[in-house]
Design a protein around this ligand. Structure first.
Ligand SMILES: [Cu+2]
Length: 64
């Protein structure tokens, strides 16, 4: 799945987002691009769960 996180500003944000998703699915593969604000997630988790994880980390995910 692909999400946009406009308030992902730096590698610190990337680390928070990756940790939040991996806490729910340790096998999840997460690729973040701070320039395009794109977050690509390869996981068996529902999109709603991934979005909730990102919100709880303090960020604002949007569906593509
Ligand atoms: Cu940051």
């Amino acid at each position: 799945m692909q999400l946009r996180v406009n308030d992902m500003m730096c590698n610190h944000c990337v680390m928070h987002i990756k940790n939040a998703i991996n806490a729910r699915d340790p096998a999840a593969k997460v690729q973040c691009n701070v320039t395009t604000k794109m977050v690509m997630v390869d996981s068996s988790l529902d999109e709603s769960i991934v979005m909730q994880a990102i919100k709880e980390a303090g960020y604002t995910p949007e569906k593509m």
